[in-house]
Design a protein around this ligand. Structure first.
Ligand code: GAP
Length: 446
């Protein structure tokens, strides 16, 4: 399969099978904005659930958070975003389209659109463009307050640091994890879900004692933790790698930054996830700007200080896209070419599909419905399908990555021989007794 082609196939599958649609499509769409359909929300939910489980629920030292999207201007002045959250922008002197100056592929794609012009494309000098998306709150123009839709979900955590200390009384080191929408006025949104203007982030801010030894230890720990978590989404190890940010590329808040990159078929290695050493940047700045003491008192050493922050930050939508690119497979099965998503069962939007062998045999349908209800209670995302022949039903489920298809046939009814369970990846079927069906599937649902 050609590499470029794979991305096109994913975009088409996402639309055709109800995973992702262009935002407000019937009105012509909105660049960099996407809506998720029934299978898409399930897959997203499962990615987020896996984050929540590993980064928050299973740990004693991390609490969950749910901060608001709208925050006052002062927050973003303190965090440095109103001044420094910018990308370099250039304007084409022929058509006046504005694009990001630091993305060679964007520049070259734009130049191709003018290849028949007499003049060579002339670009303006780069200027800086702020990515924050603003709005006004309040009923009167005069008194309305300038607010921003958060450009990163991080600041909602930092501004609640004191609330968490006062309500939960945690001891360092401890973390605050969160999942939520972020908004950026990206100059050139592109590559489907890769660079959007509205997207979701999953993050951990892990507060530690402010010294280099502890900083280095925790930084290494969270890099490894994040990498293992990302691998757990179902990636081949050779398709992920680390890349350290060069000094001139570091975000204004970061002392050091490493990205987990994925080897994409559309543009080679691309950022999937960031681990950032933010030191005391955020808490110190919010202390100054809000005039609120955000220090921590260490009962053991009787010292008061501003903790450092090690951050793990990943995009839900980007993980969604990379998971689909990794899972998309074409092979030959039973002499036919088929497409299937080799999704980890814990991420699959539908866990099990249940089929009566024939639609027009009431006893088969009745039995299949009974089994469907039992499985649905247990696994939630279970589908019943009696449309078309069994082969077609398998193909439909393969295409959305359903790991198990259960068929009820005459041997189920007449010989009490249980049901067949078909494995998505091998196409092989096993007979499983009705009593063992739930535990059989549970065991494989990792
Ligand atoms: N709080 C740190 C932070 O926001 P970032 O590297 O700007 O760091 C973190 O973003 C992650 O959010 C990225 O690794 C990526 O997965 C995701 N992300 C960032 N911008 C995005 C965009 N425009 N569209 C989709 N995902 C994006």
């Amino acid at each position: 399969m050609e590499k470029e082609n794979k991305m096109e196939k994913i975009v088409s599958l996402c639309k055709r099978r109800g995973f992702v649609f262009q935002g407000s499509e019937i009105y012509g769409g909105l660049a960099g904005i996407f809506d998720y359909g029934p299978y898409g929300v399930e897959l997203r939910h499962n990615i987020k659930q896996y984050f929540w489980q590993k980064f928050i629920s299973e740990r004693e030292d991390v609490y969950g958070m749910g901060a608001a999207i709208l925050m006052p201007e002062k927050v973003w002045e303190a965090s440095g975003h109103t001044q420094l959250f910018t990308d370099p922008l250039v304007e084409c002197k022929i058509c006046h389209e504005r694009v990001r100056a630091d993305q060679a592929e964007v520049i070259s794609d734009h130049e191709k659109t003018h290849k028949n012009e007499k003049e060579k494309v002339g670009w303006t000098e780069p200027s800086t463009f702020n990515l924050l998306v603003g709005s006004k709150l309040g009923a009167s123009e005069k008194t309305a307050t300038q607010v921003y839709l958060r450009g990163e979900i991080t600041q909602g955590v930092h501004v609640n640091f004191k609330n968490i200390l006062d309500s939960m009384h945690p001891k360092l080191p401890f973390g605050l994890g969160q999942i939520g929408k972020a908004f950026r006025n990206e100059i050139t949104p592109r590559d489907f879900l890769f660079r959007q203007r509205e997207f979701e982030q999953m993050e951990l801010q892990y507060y530690i004692k402010p010294n280099d030894e502890e900083g280095d230890k925790q930084y290494e720990y969270w890099k490894q933790f994040a990498f293992d978590w990302y691998l757990g989404l179902g990636f081949k190890k050779e398709n992920l790698r680390w890349r350290q940010h060069a000094k001139d590329e570091l975000a204004h808040y970061a002392k050091d930054a490493w990205d987990i990159e994925y080897n994409t078929p559309f543009a080679g290695w691309k950022e999937a996830w960031g681990v950032h050493h933010r030191k005391d940047w955020d808490l110190r700045r919010h202390s100054e700007y809000s005039k609120t003491d955000l220090s921590y008192y260490d009962e053991e050493t009787k010292e008061r200080f501003i903790p450092w922050d090690i951050e793990c930050s990943g995009g839900v939508d980007r993980a969604f896209l990379f998971v689909l690119l990794e899972a998309y497979t074409e092979d030959e099965l039973g002499g036919e070419t088929r497409t299937y998503l080799k999704l980890s069962p814990k991420l699959a939007p539908v866990k099990v599909a249940v089929f009566p062998l024939l639609k027009n045999k009431p006893q088969l349908v009745e039995k299949a419905r009974e089994i469907y209800k039992t499985l649905k209670k247990e696994f939630g995302a279970v589908e019943f399908d009696d449309n078309g022949n069994i082969g077609k039903r398998y193909r439909r489920q393969d295409e959305i990555g359903t790991p198990f298809c259960v068929t009820i046939d005459f041997d189920t009814l007449e010989k009490n021989e249980g049901v067949t369970v078909r494995d998505r990846d091998t196409g092989k079927q096993e007979r499983i007794s009705e009593n063992n069906l739930v535990s059989y599937i549970k065991e494989k649902m990792v």
